[in-house]
Design a protein around this ligand. Structure first.
Ligand code: CMP
Length: 141
């Protein structure tokens, strides 16, 4: 069983899409093992996206991630990282396959509604970033 981190970004929470996105996640067979709603500080958003520090969109990304609350979740399943990336669709919603979360809901590449970890090491780091010291209460038995 693999764990991955999901974020429903401010544009998704603002447009009341949490339930719909949770349905898409659960219907795909992934399990919501832990979840909570938080409003990221600028410093937290900067730290979380530190790998993109040198990219031209970094400032805008940090800014948009702090405009309102986000829902951070730990998803569990066999190959959860790749499966959630497939379910989200491409980063740019214009390139996302039909039926994916981003094709269905995303506004633009910057406001693309969801984030998911991209590899085993980043998943470990990102789950730890938000859930270190928190019990992952809903693991599959
Ligand atoms: P996410 O999966 O959260 O990882 C980094 C984010 O940067 C990405 O989704 C996009 O929302 C955002 N971003 C903004 N502009 C770009 C861009 N030109 N290329 C890639 N990511 C971008």
């Amino acid at each position: 069983m693999e764990l991955t981190l999901s974020i429903i970004k401010p544009d998704g929470v603002r447009r009341n899409l949490v339930g719909k996105i949770f349905s898409q996640i659960e219907e795909s067979g992934l399990r919501i093992a832990a979840t909570r709603m938080i409003h990221l500080s600028r410093r937290e958003a900067e730290q979380f996206y530190a790998v993109h520090k040198e990219r031209p969109f970094y400032g805008e990304l940090v800014e948009s991630m702090t405009t309102g609350p986000v829902v951070v979740s730990v998803l569990e399943g066999a190959n959860a990282i790749a499966r959630y990336r497939d379910l989200m669709g491409a980063t740019d919603p214009k390139k996302a396959a039909a039926g994916t979360i981003r094709a269905t809901h995303a506004v633009s590449i910057g406001e693309n509604t969801v984030h998911g970890s991209d590899a085993v090491d980043t998943a470990k780091h990102e789950v730890g970033f938000f859930f270190a010291g928190t019990e992952i209460v809903n693991r599959a038995k």
